[in-house]
Write a protein that binds this ligand. Sequence first.
Ligand code: NAD
Length: 316
Amino acid sequence: MKSLVTGGAGFIGSHLTEALVARGESVRVLDNLATGYLENLGAVKNQIEFIQGDLADLETVQKAARAVDVIFHQAALPSVPRSIKNPRASHDANLTGTLNVLIAARDNQVKRVVMASSSSVYGNSPALPKVETFEPAPLSPYAVTKLAGEYYARVFAALYGVSTICLRYFNVFGPRQDPTSQYAGALAKFIACALRGEPYPVYGDGEQSRDFTYIENVVRANLLAALSEMDGAAAVNIAGGARTTLNQIIATLNELTDQNLPTQYGAPRVGDVLHSHADISRARELLGYAPTVDVREGLRRTVEWYARNSEHKSSR
Ligand code: NAD
């Protein structure tokens, strides 16, 4: 199987690229290094083809999709605040980029596109757990690009037979996540605090919860989606399937690092979603997906990685 990974130099894309290489697949990466780093691909750089280029340029994407069986479309500007500041840049990378990927998939007879979507398409509704049948309610330009990408996928499946599975990721975490990324948010900051022995800063009372999803589960979901026999287009939640509060994360970090660092509680942030939790039944039924690494084990592995790599990270 020949794969194209867009955004392969990013957090999720680089883990996926490594997993594909480990399976003996032939991998091409397309990335413009806007938020990714070549060093993320350090372990596999001699075993892949790397194209530095922009998704917003159709010719570049067409070239990258040549003779490819599967496209794992991970590239995007993955920040809500950035999209609010500069909607145009997010639109170009995320939506024009996705349209170009689908056009290139159609023109190159790519068998399957697996696309990174996001839990942000659900917006702020308090109903839990989030089911794919909920009406979407995007609240940022970023979420609009993800939802519109899903609609493009549906239309390309119906009109041109491009088969696409859109994976709605919920708060992915793990080694190599850029701590400046909005998704890194609380987790990466808390891990940095745990490693420096500093108090954990929390907005609100720490009882807000998320469906934190360890990176290995996301990689597995992508591989399952690539191999699934489904036709057409589908949107599927990918998550751990459980809720963890920030206070629970902090307690686990203290335990894992054998300390009792205090938490500094501040005013809640306006507009923060209080709770997020995914129903992962569709992922189970359609893809045979089940999370295999839970939050605690994911945190253990991530802390270990950041501890080993703190020097190299701080030199960025
Ligand atoms: P990341 O920033 O680490 O990776 C994104 C990659 O895309 C980067 O390497 C970047 O250089 C590349 N890129 C951006 N614009 C590009 C362009 N115009 N042309 C070519 N390459 C471009 O982010 P990530 O966390 O790995 O996210 C991967 C995907 O998952 C994104 O689509 C994101 O929206 C989605 N997602 C992530 C999370 C999460 O928790 N990390 C949650 C929901 C959805």
